[in-house]
Design a protein around this ligand. Structure first.
Ligand code: UDP
Ligand code: MG
Length: 318
């Protein structure tokens, strides 16, 4: 699928209490849209969609104001703060029917906006998903850098497919977003869900800038919650590990039961030691095995209730 016509692009920007940085973002986006429209890189209908994630400052009135002056800026106000992942999903779901492809980015201009031009080149070559990948993490604190990299290695080990050093700065074609929207699950971890879609994808590297104004809206608490969602929304491997451990314990317990009986037979034990050892090891092993087994079923139920599509069709020859 190569794209020849000028695409209509929707740029989706979730905002939470971003009054300090939003005027800068609006100015930058206005400049870029004007340029790209003049260069006929994007169609005249292309737009920016700000998603106000239940902000408590005047983020929404700024969005309303800019929309009144300039219709290429649109807004979506969520009634309550639902977190970055859900806000972004809302923007993708509401924005994609009006666009050929959408780009998701943060409100704080940390992701180099110029890179969108390279996203569009890759989209024109037929890529459905283009990931923005940071070349380094110099603009992050040492703590954020090392915890983030440790986390991505960990979930990779758990079998979750993610793109290293990619946050949520990416381009998706309309059909990729349609497919994403067919995932009705509630605990979102888009950095795992999007790579799991498949399609033709590529990566574009860029350098991430420090935040020009305002503060990070991702404190440690939210980072940990996202990491936890990443693990528990995608992987049932922890349950499987528990099950394996329980099998191991059960086998060990048989050995111990044999050993305890042997010691008793030899007459080397105190009264009650044999029965105590057998209870601790065998019953303990059996209990863990039972929990592991129930866990296996819960893991299956968990996969079922997500109601993810069984397969995704990329193309047809008819
Ligand atoms: N954000 C959001 N809802 C939240 C927290 C953050 O929509 O509950 C948005 C925020 O406005 C920004 C993006 O998510 O556009 C990324 O947040 P931030 O830049 O603070 O994260 P960091 O770059 O520090 O990881
Ligand atoms: Mg940021």
């Amino acid at each position: 699928m190569t794209v020849t016509t000028i695409p209509t692009v929707g740029i989706i920007i979730p905002c939470y209490n971003e009054k300090e940085v939003l005027p800068l973002t609006i100015d930058a986006m206005r400049r870029f849209l004007k340029n790209w429209k003049e260069m006929r890189l994007i169609s005249e209908e292309s737009f920016v969609l700000f998603v106000d994630d239940g902000s408590r400052d005047d983020t929404w009135s700024q969005i309303e104001h800019v929309h009144a002056m300039d219709e290429q800026f649109r807004g979506l106000k969520l009634a309550h703060n639902v977190g970055h992942q859900n806000a972004l999903f809302a923007g993708l779901a509401e924005g994609h029917p009006h666009a050929d492809c959408v780009v998701s980015m943060d409100a704080d201009l940390q992701d180099d906006v110029e890179v969108i031009e390279r996203f569009l080149v890759e989209y024109a070559k037929g890529n459905d998903i283009v990931y923005g990948v940071r070349v380094d993490r110099q603009s992050d604190s040492w703590f954020k850098r090392s915890t983030a990299q440790g986390f991505y290695r960990f979930i990779d080990w758990l079998g979750v497919e993610t793109i290293l050093n990619h946050a949520d700065y990416r381009l998706m074609s309309r059909r990729a977003v349609e497919t994403l929207c067919a995932h009705p699950e509630r605990n979102l971890f888009l950095r795992g869900m999007v790579p799991a879609l498949g399609f033709q994808t590529t990566e574009v590297t860029y350098t991430r800038q420090p935040r020009p104004a305002g503060e990070s809206k991702y404190p440690l608490r939210k980072m940990l919650a996202l990491a936890w969602d990443g693990v528990t929304s995608f992987s049932v491997r922890p349950i499987k590990l528990l099950f394996l451990l329980s099998l191991f314990m059960l086998i060990v317990s048989f050995g111990f039961v044999g050993y305890a009986l042997y010691r008793r037979y030899e007459g080397e034990t105190m009264d009650g030691w044999t029965s105590l050892m057998m209870s601790i090891w065998f019953i303990g092993g059996l209990q863990l095995f039972g929990i592991g087994l129930i866990g296996e079923y819960i893991g299956k139920i968990y996969q079922e209730v997500k109601r993810r599509p069984r397969y995704i069709v990329e193309d047809k020859c008819e």
